[in-house]
Design a protein around this ligand. Structure first.
Ligand SMILES: C[S@@+](CC[C@H](N)C(=O)[O-])C[C@H]1O[C@@H](n2cnc3c(N)ncnc32)[C@H](O)[C@@H]1O
Length: 244
């Protein structure tokens, strides 16, 4: 296992060209519901190409698997074999799950179960060559389990998977509330190796939440930028950082 102080790998020619990959990602998006943010593709591509060593990738907040499948596609493009771990509790906003969605016929429980099943089906199909290891947990519990190197149930394979160890890239797309994003970042930072990347979803300077105010993701990204512990790689519009 390489150490966190080793030099990042030399950038190699991609296995699959960018225009072919963009074509694939367009077809993926037609079939796989999710929260598409165009600039995330370039940011993820940059991180996946350059992340050091074989350290795993973490995704916080998976919904129906669009970004997990995008990450796998970009791993495939660059011939990277780093494992992808994802976590999501699939209980949206911790609402009363018995409430009907928009007063229509399905409850939030039914909706959440449907999205979780859809997630599994989507990653089994689009990431069949390298399925993610997916844990049904809130991120706080997930990081606690990661720290404790626990064995947990992988929702995708149905088997057990061991968590823990250094990570090379973290995509933060769970709760967008400031305190939660900050906790997610601090937890990711604990395990991220030097030269590793973190991408904040919905962190663009102009991005606002339902209340018209900037997302917590933007605030945390600005705090990370101010700390100078991380190099700002790009904001397109979301903030991508590399750990110094
Ligand atoms: C914006 S969506 C993620 C979109 C997804 N990455 C995609 O590509 O479509 C946010 C997701 O974060 C999940 N989430 C909310 N709070 C969370 C938490 N504390 N820990 C982990 N996931 C959380 C939600 O269940 C939801 O699926």
């Amino acid at each position: 296992m390489p150490t966190s102080t080793e030099a990042p790998p030399a950038v190699k020619s991609p296995v699959i060209p960018l225009d072919h990959t963009m074509d694939y990602l367009t077809w993926l998006r037609f079939a796989n519901a999710g929260h598409f943010q165009h600039g995330n593709i370039a940011a993820m591509d940059h991180a996946i190409e350059r992340m050091p060593g074989e350290y795993p990738i973490l995704e916080i907040g998976s919904f129906a698997g669009l970004s997990a499948n995008q990450i796998t596609a970009l791993k495939r493009r660059h011939g990277r074999t780093n494992l992808l771990f994802t976590c999501d509790p699939w209980v949206f906003e911790r609402l009363d799950m018995n409430v009907k969605v928009g007063a229509h016929h399905v409850t939030f429980r039914q909706y959440a179960d449907f999205i979780r099943d859809t997630y599994v089906r989507n990653v089994k199909f689009f990431s069949s060559d390298a399925p993610p290891i997916s844990v049904r947990m809130f991120s706080e519990d997930f990081f606690r389990a990661w720290r404790a190197k626990e064995e947990v149930v992988d929702l995708v394979s149905g088997g057990m998977a061991r968590l823990g160890g250094p990570i090379g890239f973290c995509f933060l797309d769970g709760s967008h509330e400031h305190g939660s994003v900050l906790r997610d970042f601090m937890n990711a930072d604990e395990f991220l190796v030097s030269g590793g990347f973190v991408l904040f979803s919905d962190s663009g300077d102009a991005a606002t939440g339902p209340d018209g105010k900037p997302w917590g993701s933007w605030k945390v990204a600005k705090e990370v930028e101010a700390s100078r512990r991380y190099e700002l790689v790009s904001k397109d519009p979301n903030y991508l950082f590399r750990k110094r």
